[in-house]
Design a binder for this molecule. Structure first.
Ligand SMILES: N=C(N)NCCCC[C@H](N)C(=O)O
Ligand SMILES: O=C(O)CCC(=O)C(=O)O
Ligand SMILES: [Fe+2]
Length: 393
């Protein structure tokens, strides 16, 4: 932990413009636009590439949809991860998202802290989950992640507040409104527009997943009205989405082969809900995905494509047929890395339990109990922050 602390302090020092400040704190990659190359449509030895356009275009044929759905099923059974193309969001828009994030993180800490996440010192005091989190504030697997970030969630309107006392696991931290930076000025309108577009892609994707599981063939005669290919679409019709804008300074401690890695940009974890649509800058070698044999595969960005992975709720709905895959970030590159995952999630109150069709297909026994997405999210949120007043770290 002391190495980690030293590294965090060194990074803070550099970013606050200490004596040995490096001039190139937050450089824009000099490779030009990341979208100046043609979109790759197939690749060897990597994650599969899925084109989602058949589920976005109302006039596409059943056959085209079936083909896409089959590819999704194979990708989800084998990896839980894939690249997504054909999403219809212009590359100029994606470039703008990354460059505005870069501009925000390059601001002085004092400016970023104007929208700091409310930290009352721990679960007992109640805390806010929305807003800016500085280096060292995020925890994964008990270790501090070398990253800073902003989290935005679906709005939680005042008149829909649930009673919450701010006690352990309280829903209070997720209620309220988002905190938006004043600088750069265009960030809020550009990101709000992006959220609307990426939600459409998320909806198409969970629709395709219902088709991929062949849920349309579930018999309604057997009194089953809750399982059909739109089951995920319905459970996400008020998606409690999360958007996270992350900045990663390069890790500072070299790793000795043969020893445990003790510093991560983001430690190994699974995502919590339905599908994550991840947009990153072109930095290679940072995001790694765990394969079934336990080895780690780099999931390097493909220009114009999202990296998509399924979350814990899809694993639960499919009774483990599709796994919510472990992934991690180890960024030892030269430049400051940006990523913007959009988590398209179920409704906060969606009850998630294994689908009958999936239970049948996985040996006949449900391996998960039912609970709501909100309950799952709350347990995660509270183990994710370094609380200022906790002393047991
Ligand atoms: N909504 C999501 N997935 N947010 C990002 C999760 C990063 C890992 C987290 N600290 C953990 O330990 O789960
Ligand atoms: O930065 C990345 O590439 C992935 C981040 C991630 O997995 C997460 O925030 O859940
Ligand atoms: Fe993740």
């Amino acid at each position: 932990m002391s190495d980690m602390k030293a590294a965090l302090n060194a990074a803070r020092e550099r970013r606050s413009g200490g004596d040995d400040a490096e001039p190139n704190l937050n450089p824009i990659p000099d490779s030009g636009s990341r979208y100046d190359k043609p979109i790759v449509i197939a690749q060897e030895n990597g994650l599969p590439i899925i084109d989602i356009s058949a589920f976005l275009d109302a006039s596409s044929s059943q056959e085209a949809r079936r083909t896409t759905a089959k590819a999704i099923n194979a990708a989800c059974v084998n990896y839980g991860f894939f690249y997504l193309t054909g999403h219809g969001i212009p590359v100029t828009k994606l470039d703008e998202i990354i460059s505005l994030a870069r501009d925000f993180f390059a601001l002085p800490l004092e400016e970023k802290n104007k929208i700091k996440r409310f930290d009352a010192g721990g679960p007992e005091g109640g805390d806010g989950a929305r807003g800016y989190q500085g280096l060292g504030e995020n925890i994964t697997g008990g270790l501090q992640d070398m990253q800073e970030a902003i989290d935005w969630y679906r709005d939680w309107p005042e008149d829909k507040r649930k009673p919450g006392d701010g006690g352990p696991g309280s829903v209070k931290s997720l209620q309220g409104v988002n905190l938006w930076p004043e600088q750069p000025q265009e960030l809020k309108p550009v990101y709000m527009d992006y959220i609307e577009r990426v939600k459409i892609v998320g909806k198409a994707l969970v629709h395709a997943m219902g088709v991929a599981l062949d849920l349309g063939s579930v018999s309604k005669d057997a009194g089953n009205t809750t399982e059909d290919e739109e089951v995920f679409v319905r459970n996400c019709d008020h998606s409690f989405w999360v958007m996270r804008m992350i900045g990663y300074p390069p890790l500072t401690t070299p790793h000795t082969p043969g020893t445990d890695i003790d510093q991560f940009s983001c430690g190994a974890h699974t995502d919590y809900g339905c599908v994550t649509l991840l947009l990153t800058d072109p930095t290679p070698g940072a995001l790694q995905v765990q394969l079934k044999d336990g080895t780690w595969l780099p999931a390097d960005p493909i220009p114009g494509a999202f990296v998509v992975n399924i979350g814990d709720m899809i694993e639960r709905w499919t009774n483990g047929l599709w796994k919510s895959t472990l992934h991690r970030v180890i960024h030892r590159g030269q430049q400051y890395r940006i990523s913007v995952p959009f988590f398209y999630e179920p409704n906060f109150d969606a009850m998630v339990k294994p689908l009958g069709k999936c239970v049948e297909g996985t040996g006949g026994r449900a391996i998960y109990q039912g609970s709501t997405y909100g309950e799952h999210l709350l347990t995660k949120v509270f183990s994710n922050f370094y609380y200022s007043k906790r002393t047991d770290w």
